[in-house]
Design a protein around this ligand. Structure first.
Ligand code: ATP
Ligand code: MG
Length: 362
């Protein structure tokens, strides 16, 4: 309700309003400045005086440009243009006052009388310094979590080649035992112990480090799969699993980082093999969907499958049902494939699991 001049004199509530205005300027936890048409300061709240480092008695009635005369134009709290009706909402600015830095969120608007004439303007600001530092803290802990994930991802990538070295070493060790080559057998046993030590270290400390540079080229899926088949076979032998590879002709090339792609197929195959404790079969097949312009690599196992209530979680970092797992295998795979513009699907209906890696062709 707007009060015109004669009404104001007769309004019994006026003293209440005046008292409220006085209390508002004194108690409110907001910086408030009232300005008249000639850009002079009419009133200022106690909070504004404290934050801006002003003494109320010294600044009341003074022109604003004189009050902030020592500041360059870009650091002025407010510009004369607010009297022309320039409205400011949630303008973030910082203010230095005797070595204390304040982060302020500022609003300003004009004041009009009953006839719509501009009579002045107000500026209000809130001290959001604490909120800002809270925001910084959240950002910092986000960054830490990210570093942790990168570190863990790197550790995972070290463990993969280590697993194949270990597998081959075990094969050598068995051969030496069969052939009664005791000296060589002792060497391989020492090497195996050392590999286990590295493995434990990597799992425990989750190394900090930078990911290797990714380089995308045209990649032939079959060549890539053939290169890792011996490693998969070797892992499979240890688990009494048969591996089948269904090679198809004329598969278009995909654009990918070959080494990373190998890691994806290895991780998924390894999961399949690890799921089959009493033996079984792992089948790797390749299909082309010409209409959707994708190459599909299907890795099927005859393991126990993944229960429905877990299937949404398996791609989450650190989700694992294995006592020695890091739970990073699939989340790393998903990130790699996603970066190549592809997707990974999983289907598991009670018996066996199929992972399908879809990669767009070049
Ligand atoms: N083929 C599969 N059959 C059954 N369960 C699977 C299969 N693949 C993945 N899972 C489930 O998904 C979980 C997450 O797999 P992921 O590869 O991310 O981690 P992990 O294998 O547990 O650990 P890490 O890869 O670090 O050794 C596994 O712990 C397992 O429970
Ligand atoms: Mg895994």
């Amino acid at each position: 309700m707007l009060l015109r001049f004669p009404d104001i004199l007769q309004n019994p509530n006026l003293s209440l309003l005046q008292q409220f205005a006085g209390a508002f300027m004194k108690d409110i936890n907001l910086g408030v400045l009232l300005i008249d048409l000639s850009f002079h300061l009419v009133d200022i709240s106690d909070t504004a005086c404290r934050i801006l480092g002003l003494s109320r008695d010294k600044v009341l009635g003074e022109p604003l440009n004189a009050i902030f005369a020592s500041l360059p134009a870009e650091h002025q709290l407010v510009d004369r243009s607010i009297l022309d009706g320039v409205i400011v909402r949630n303008h973030a600015m910082s203010w230095m006052n005797s070595d204390e830095r304040y982060d302020l969120l500022l609003d300003s608007n004009i004041l009009k009388d009953g006839d719509g004439r501009i009579v002045g303007a107000y500026i209000m600001f809130k001290d959001v310094t604490n909120l800002r530092s809270l925001e910084e803290q959240v950002k910092r802990s986000d960054r830490l979590a990210m570093i942790g994930q990168i570190a863990a991802g790197t550790a995972h990538e070290i463990r993969n080649p280590l697993t194949s070295i270990k597998g081959f070493m075990q094969v050598l060790n068995n051969t030496f035992r069969e052939k009664e080559m005791d000296k060589e057998r002792t060497y391989t046993e020492i090497m195996l112990t050392e590999i286990n030590r590295i493995n434990d270290l990597v799992s425990e400390f989750l190394l900090l480090g930078k990911r290797k540079d990714v380089s995308y080229h045209e990649v032939d899926i079959h060549t890539t799969l053939r290169e890792i088949l011996p490693i998969i076979h070797n892992e499979a032998i240890l688990h009494n699993v048969n591996v089948y590879y269904e090679a198809t002709e004329d598969t278009p090339k995909v654009v990918a980082d070959r080494e990373l792609l190998k890691q994806v197929f290895l991780n998924i195959s390894k999961n399949g093999i690890e799921a089959m404790s009493d033996g079984g079969s792992l089948t790797i097949g390749v299909r082309t969907e010409t209409e959707d312009r994708v190459v599909l690599v299907e890795i099927r196992d005859s393991g126990p499958g993944i229960p429905n209530f877990l299937i949404d979680k398996i791609f989450d970092p650190f989700f694992t049902t294995k006592s020695e797992g890091t739970g990073l295998g699939l989340s790393v795979c998903q990130r790699i494939v996603h970066d190549m513009g592809g997707t990974i699907r999983v289907s598991s209906k009670g018996f066996g699991t199929t992972f399908t890696v879809c990669l767009p062709f070049s």
